[in-house]
Design a binder for this molecule. Structure first.
Ligand code: XUL
Ligand code: MN
Length: 342
């Protein structure tokens, strides 16, 4: 089992430095200014940013205003030595996307969602990145009867195709999540989106971003989900974090709930030759004081790197010998001891 020695590039989005507001309480920290967030990336050991479309320029600007606004942001990123990994159209906050952007029952609202997503592609081009991430937040239902599920699958495919056709180089990455905010999401897992990839106008530019917490919420193991997407050569980004069982999406620091699950995630990325960015979609605990509000990012990155060391320190021949002997008790103890630094 060869373990290629490689260096990883780390990214996160400005939303990962947040005020701690939750559905039951107001902000617990002041909002950090965008420019200050951008200045914190390098200090925290990160290489690039992930942006929603309106993290770059306000939504719904015209073409020239987009180009002007993005040029300013690009200059700031260049000045910091940062790159932009992807743009994700924020299709879940605007009044016109209240009932599912691409799968809305309203033709006018579907049109808005596609036009806004095309503008996100233009933003990506102007900022110098080739990936669009679609977290299909409101593409689903609260009650089964609300939408036509068959038509909805086609509408999501039509939207992906519209973006692929809008630009010959852009890649579309689905980031699937089974629920929240919707009761049931359409295409709830990476496997669902991978199937859709092969029906798009250009399967070679259609792939996935897999988030650990989203896989766990679907009752799946993130490392197996990532391995499957790697096998398809379609794992183009990840959102690593952790999740304590089946409840709301927690975005806990990577490795903080289940160290062994985190280890298996890193081991798969190492073995699978994953060459995308290591995105950390993590949230500080609400109780965190302002002075510590980026610790969860630095800690998640450090945990990833610790686990890379553990993965590289495994004796591949030993692992194979345990497998050949079907001595999984022995293999388990070997892995646990490695995780405890023994
Ligand atoms: C939502 C989620 C989003 C996406 C970006 O659960 O993970 O933050 O990662 O749109
Ligand atoms: Mn995410």
């Amino acid at each position: 089992m060869a373990t290629p020695q490689r260096t990883y590039r780390f990214t996160f989005g400005p939303w990962n430095i947040s005020t701690g507001a939750d559905p039951f309480g107001p902000p617990a920290r002041n909002e950090v200014a965008w420019a200050e967030k951008i200045r914190s990336y390098k200090k925290l050991g990160f290489d690039g940013v992930q942006f929603h479309d309106d993290d770059v320029v306000p939504a719904d600007l015209d073409g020239p205003a987009i180009q002007k606004g993005v040029a300013e942001v690009r200059k700031i990123l260049d000045g910091e030595g940062l790159f932009c990994e992807f743009i994700a159209p924020r299709l879940w906050e605007h009044p016109k996307t209240i009932d599912g952007a691409y799968t809305s029952n309203s033709a006018a609202e579907r049109k808005y969602a596609i036009e806004r997503s095309k503008r996100a592609v233009d933003i990506a081009n102007a900022v110098g990145c080739r990936d669009i991430v679609l977290w299909l937040a409101r593409e689903g239902t609260y009650i089964r009867e609300a939408k036509d599920p068959i038509a909805s699958a086609q509408r999501i495919l039509d939207a992906v195709n519209a973006l692929l056709e809008h630009d010959p180089h852009i890649r579309i990455l689905g980031e699937m999540k089974p629920n929240e905010p919707m009761d049931q999401a359409y295409l709830p897992t990476p496997g669902h989106f991978l199937a859709l990839c092969y029906r798009t106008a250009d399967p070679s530019r259609s792939g996935v971003l897999i988030e650990s917490a989203h896989s766990i919420l679907a009752g799946l193991d993130p490392s197996d989900d990532m391995a499957y997407a790697l096998w398809h050569r379609k794992l183009w980004s990840v959102h690593l974090n952790d999740q304590n069982g089946l409840k709301y999406d927690q975005d806990k620091a990577f490795g903080s709930v289940d160290l062994r699950r985190a280890f298996n995630t890193v081991w798969v990325l190492e073995r699978g030759g994953y060459d995308g960015c290591v995105g950390l979609d993590v949230k500080a605990m609400r109780t965190t004081k302002a002075a510590e509000q980026t610790k969860h990012l630095a800690n998640s990155r450090a945990m990833f790197l610790h686990l890379v060391e553990v993965a590289r320190g495994l004796d591949a021949d030993k692992v194979e010998a345990y497998r050949a002997e079907r001595d999984y008790e022995g293999l388990e103890m070997y892995v646990l001891q490695k995780l405890m630094g023994k």
